[in-house]
Design a protein around this ligand. Sequence first.
Ligand code: B12
Length: 258
Amino acid sequence: MIGIRKADLERLKPYGDTMDDGKTQLSFSLPVPAGPEAAEAAKRLVLAHGFADPMMVRMEAMGPTMSFFVFYGAMQQTIDYKNLVVPKAEFEALDMHQIDDLIEAQFGRRLVVVGACPGTDAHTVGIDAIMNMKGYNGHYGLERYKMVKAVNMGAQIPPEALVARAIAENADAILASVVVTQKDLHITTLTELVEVMEAEGVRDRMLAIVGGPRMTYDLATELGFDAGFGPGSYAEDVAAYVAQELLRRQGKAMPVRA
Ligand code: B12
């Protein structure tokens, strides 16, 4: 068991095998042949980045003109973890049964969510992980929830079609999944989605939520969404958020659980 003191949290740095050793693994390639000069250049680059005690643990030739390195070094910078403030979706974590019970007790009806990969994005695995019955990584998807009606429109859905379906279903929330971020394509698509919601007069009527591997809460809210979910999120995260956020908007507090 690692003893963490308050002072450690104010000056947090990576942990290798002892507190505060700062040990970090770095890997990179250089566009020069592997050899003593490449190794020295790599070491100096690691030092120049402020890592102490650079140790090369691997140098591999990647063809005649490229070299690949793995280094260990001791990071000198620290972060004040104790006073870190990170904007994020605020909700109490609940499991599927607790969420179903909460919805049944507080809303007395199924909540409706309509999801899709908007625009040209063809990556369905993320939205399926959240919505499909079988879910992902041992976490059931929204289709499995007794008190959620989950409509998954799939990939490459124009924002207009997604909003039209959400209106037709009288949805409580729109769930968008964006994976491709090349040339900021996701920004264009998500901005369009919010604009369509506003043009249809439904932006205030339903939650707008976006997820994806490069999505953050900050970026999502900056683009006009209510919340953003990144890698490692599961159906219960978004379902707990949706139910609790809708309750908050009705001026109701999250009931204290026994
Ligand atoms: C599978 C895959 C494909 C498949 C997709 C098949 C399918 N039906 O989905 C195919 C082959 C079609 C494909 C195509 C392309 N791909 Co691709 N693909 C991948 C790959 C290997 C895996 C993606 C994946 O399935 N991840 C698993 C899921 C579960 O993770 P996830 O999406 O992050 O979802 C989780 C969270 O983000 C979150 N989440 C996601 N969505 C949502 C939504 C909500 C509401 C919430 C709450 C949470 C949430 O919850 C999920 C579970 O925790 C990645 C590389 C990689 N290893 O990640 C490249 C990758 C995503 N692809 C990439 C690219 C470039 C493309 C193409 C443009 C390639 C090309 N030149 O044609 C095309 C794009 C086609 C298009 N129009 O979109 C790039 C994207 C780079 C970028 N940043 O823009 C990647 C990163 C590969 C790379 N390193 O270059 N791809």
